[in-house]
Design a protein around this ligand. Structure first.
Ligand SMILES: Nc1ncnc2c1ncn2[C@@H]1O[C@H](COP(=O)(O)OP(=O)(O)O)[C@@H](O)[C@H]1O
Ligand SMILES: [Mg+2]
Length: 379
């Protein structure tokens, strides 16, 4: 089985006891846990993923709090451990952008994989929508721009995210979006000699999946990410999702028809116009360059008083979407959701509990982390 942490720095091989146990047990003469030996003091649980637990930790080296995604090799599904987790680490190692959760280190032990990353202290966009019901256009614009910047940066580097959704947009201490969870991401997707590379892994969440994914057609993942961003924008301004994913046939119908906007809250025509341009059939779907020049997106709030800008009302594009396929005849693709991977999960071998000893196998750092620019974080 390939190792989730694929390229190495020399691992400090430690004969150590389990991490979570020691956090609860401060007995003096205990050997340091793997995490402690790497300078992390585990704190509270901040997220329970499908098969990962995310905990806060303190780290002197990183100058404060970090988040640690802890994946148990004994309970996570084989597909995830072999395919998606190694990709996640490989991809995040090479990314550094102010709207992406920054990857700090990965540690693989005999029992677990730890992904150490920047901590986002203000929860997820989903938490905010639940609390505030919906987000005004001005805040939505700010966060949507940050999301577009994050995705544009990834796509420029050949990385596609494939799981853009409100739960995966975290908020830092300054209420800036930090895109996280590269669990379904892929690298090396930049078109080669003008030829787009298609994805055939249908992954993500139904409610955020583009029509081409839902139909199980090999798809250009960059355009699917754009679609998901449109679902996020809709969710922000209306406080609900545009498509109901409880019934596949209905879902196919909905994503193939014109977007239905709720009457409340009242949202500007220009915002709805942008949503329409994003949640559009593949052929007419707007690209990131088009989003950037869109009237609502580019609207300058500092000029908001001027009458010129008030009429940034754009007529809605006349898209002629028709249901080109009969939803009764389409077979739902085997969309890989985290839940589905989880349901395939089989405990392999004896299940270890947290009192077992584990040893470091490998550690991995971000690309370029030995350069000076990163060193200010270290001391
Ligand atoms: N860096 C982080 N800072 C703060 N909370 C986080 C961080 N990473 C993850 N979380 C929390 O843990 C949850 C699960 O993490 P995620 O990486 O999305 O795993 P999963 O693959 O299970 O969705 C997130 O939805 C979020 O609530
Ligand atoms: Mg997630």
């Amino acid at each position: 089985m390939p190792s989730p942490v694929s390229s190495l720095h020399q691992p400090p091989v430690a004969d150590v006891t389990n991490a979570s146990q020691a956090a609860a047990d401060p007995a003096k003469d205990k050997k340091p846990t793997v995490l402690e030996s790497h300078g992390y003091i585990l704190g509270k649980t901040i997220g329970n993923g499908s098969y990962a637990t995310v905990r806060m930790a303190k780290s002197e080296r990183h100058g404060g709090n970090v988040a640690i995604k802890i994946v148990s090799k004994f309970s996570a599904p084989a597909d995830y451990l072999k395919k998606f987790l190694p990709r996640e680490i490989e991809v995040v190692k090479g990314l550094r952008h102010s709207n992406l959760i920054r990857f700090l280190q990965a540690i693989e032990t005999t029992h677990r994989v730890y992904i150490i990353m920047e901590y986002a202290e203000n929860g997820s966009l989903l938490d905010i929508i639940r609390k505030d019901q919906c987000i005004d256009e001005s805040r939505s614009r700010k966060w949507f721009r940050q999301l577009v910047n994050a995705i544009d940066y990834c796509h420029e580097r050949g990385v596609v995210h494939r799981d853009v959704k409100c739960e995966n947009l975290l908020m830092d201490d300054g209420w800036n979006v930090k895109l996280s969870d590269f669990g379904f991401a892929r690298g090396h997707m930049r078109p080669k000699s003008g030829q787009a590379i298609l994805s055939e892994t249908y992954c993500g969440s139904y409610a955020y999946a583009s029509p081409e994914i839902l139909r199980g057609i090999p798809y250009q993942p960059q355009y699917a990410d754009i679609w998901s961003m449109g679902v996020v924008l809709f969710a922000m301004v209306f406080g609900r999702l545009p498509f109901d994913d409880s019934n596949y046939k209905e879902l196919i119908k909905q994503v193939s028809s014109k977007v239905v906007f709720p009457k409340e809250p009242k949202i500007s025509v220009s915002c709805k116009s942008l949503i329409n341009k994003i949640l559009a059939p593949l052929k007419s779907r707007i690209r990131i360059s088009g989003i950037r020049t869109d009237g609502w997106f580019a609207y300058d709030e500092d000029q908001a008083g001027s009458s010129k800008d008030r009429k940034s009302v754009v007529s809605e594009p006349d898209d002629e979407r028709k249901l080109s396929v009969d939803p009764d005849t389409i077979v739902p693709p085997d969309l890989i959701t985290k839940q589905q991977l989880e349901s395939k999960s089989r405990p392999r071998g004896p299940r270890r509990d947290s009192t077992d000893e584990e040893e470091t196998v490998k550690t991995e750092e971000p690309h370029g982390s030995d350069t000076k620019s990163d060193d200010n974080k270290r001391k």
